[in-house]
Design a protein around this ligand. Structure first.
Ligand SMILES: [Fe+2]
Ligand SMILES: [Fe+2]
Length: 477
């Protein structure tokens, strides 16, 4: 407890105070409590201002006193998963405190994991102009639960999307005498919140950012495009957060729209690699956890086809000529001997901290995303053969940055939108050059040119996918 802070009164102290107050004034009660609890220095401190403080501790609302009906419990069930949460001013730090408060039936649920936090809350009490600041501990315990005997799982309606037209010719060779060009696209988190009133599907991905990437793709016609993963948010498939009903049945539309963007990328003729991120990996986890019998199922007459419930199949990546690399976090490609590209599995809170950590283990240069931040840092090591320099990049995100739009554990996200372009040498010294391109509210300054995203993107997406709910419209009563 910080210096000068006052601990909350115990139940015994408050009970005794209430009893005395039935017949005595605050001042007399304070004297009696001081005598009876004299060995407790905290009590003497508390009563040093006598009546006013005593009044605050006895008569203030129950929810801030720490006993009585003051704690907040929340139990949210979602199929085979649930979360239980207790927020209280009582000294509660054990799993049992939580399970008792939320009345969790341990015959049905088992605890997957749990956390306990506490933090000081300062509150003011007393008459205006004569307030006293009292510091109180707020406790929070949260547990994630799994059903011991799973119930039948309701699968979202999801079908593969299909290509309805031929793509432009593919795999153009690298320009003679030039190293190959690459376009690297980070986490777009394609997905939606459904507005329960209007049916509107509010995107988690920023179509303006997607559009700018596409404009650059058609401008530079890269030899290679790398999708860094988390291109689908798959909020409906999480086993980490409780699924909000707003996510239900959004996967099919997310597949359709992402497919539309991928088709436009494939039209550049580039070789495209798609690296699995932790969000695509949710699909695999959901199947393994909930319906192992469906794992790796594919049609009887197509034994080499990707599994029915896999990202490759659902996005028809084969038809688009896109190679999918899995599983996360191991999936990666080498652009040349020095430069490795993967989704990344490090995400630190502060700007620069992710690449700083990645550099600790660097034995080559790296491009990643996952942290949703634009970062770049280098390190020079000195082995026997002389100095070697490694550079590590994080290329940001194409997800929307507004608070709460993409489900995550934080509030106001320190995320930067961006992507990367560059060149890499095949052979020679395997040199490379990667440029991070920051996106600012639907605009970029690309090599001296101001590029702006198109205005009617939701309309275009709705027409391409046949999903009218992608366009926002108000309900007229
Ligand atoms: Fe991500
Ligand atoms: Fe990620």
């Amino acid at each position: 407890m910080a210096a000068g802070a006052r601990k909350p009164w115990s139940t015994a102290e408050r009970a005794r105070a209430r009893e005395i107050l039935k017949t005595e004034t605050y001042s007399v009660t304070a004297d009696i409590l001081n005598r009876e609890f004299w060995q407790d220095a905290q009590i003497r401190t508390k009563l040093s201002v006598r009546g006013q403080v005593l009044h605050n501790h006895i008569d203030r609302p129950a929810e801030i006193q720490g006993d009585g009906p003051k704690e907040k419990t929340e139990f949210a069930e979602e199929g085979n998963y649930a979360t239980a949460e207790l927020k209280t001013l009582k000294n509660a730090t054990t799993l049992n405190d939580l399970l008792e408060a939320c009345e969790v039936d341990l015959d049905i649920w088992e605890v997957d994991k749990w956390v306990a936090n506490k933090w000081p809350v300062t509150m003011k009490f007393g008459a205006k102009g004569d307030e006293e600041a009292v510091q109180i501990q707020q406790y929070q315990i949260k547990a994630w639960l799994i059903r011991k005997v799973p119930i039948k799982h309701e699968w979202p309606v999801v079908q593969p999307v299909k290509l309805s037209r031929p793509l432009t010719p593919r795999f153009k060779p690298a320009r003679q005498g030039h190293p190959p060009t690459v376009l690297i696209i980070p986490d777009s988190q394609n997905g939606y919140w459904r507005d329960m009133r209007t049916g509107y599907l509010k995107p988690m991905h920023d179509r303006r950012a997607w559009d700018l990437v596409l404009q650059v793709a058609h401008r530079i016609k890269p030899d290679r495009i790398v999708l860094l993963g988390d291109m689908l948010d798959l909020s409906e498939w999480t086993d980490k957060f409780v699924k909000s009903p707003e996510f239900y049945f959004t996967t099919q539309v997310a597949l359709k729209e992402l497919f539309w963007w991928l088709t436009q990328l494939a039209d550049t003729g580039a070789q495209i690699d798609y690296l699995e991120g932790n969000h695509e990996n949710r699909l695999w986890r959901a199947i393994v956890k909930n319906m192992i019998a469906g794992y790796q199922l594919n049609p009887a007459n197509q034994p080499d086809a990707p599994a029915a419930m896999s990202v490759e199949n659902l996005l028809s990546l084969k038809d688009l000529g896109i190679q999918y690399h899995k599983p996360y976090p191991g999936a990666h490609i080498w652009l040349n001997d020095n430069l490795r590209v993967s989704h990344g599995d490090v995400a630190r809170k502060r700007s620069g901290a992710t690449v700083k950590e990645m550099l600790q283990d660097a034995r080559n240069s790296e491009v990643a995303a996952h942290s949703h931040r634009l970062e770049m840092a280098g390190i020079t090591v000195h082995p026997h053969k002389g100095p070697r320099t490694y550079v590590v990049y994080n290329l940001g995100t194409l997800a929307r940055q507004e608070q709460g739009v993409v489900p995550s554990s934080g509030g106001r996200q320190n995320w930067q939108q961006g992507f990367g372009t560059g060149w890499y040498q095949i052979g020679g010294d395997h040199l490379f050059e990667i440029y991070p391109h920051p996106i600012y509210g639907g605009q970029i300054m690309y090599q001296g040119c101001l590029l702006k995203a198109r205005q009617n993107l939701s309309q275009l997406a709705a027409e391409a996918t046949g999903v009218a709910e992608l366009v926002k419209h108000e309900v007229t009563e």
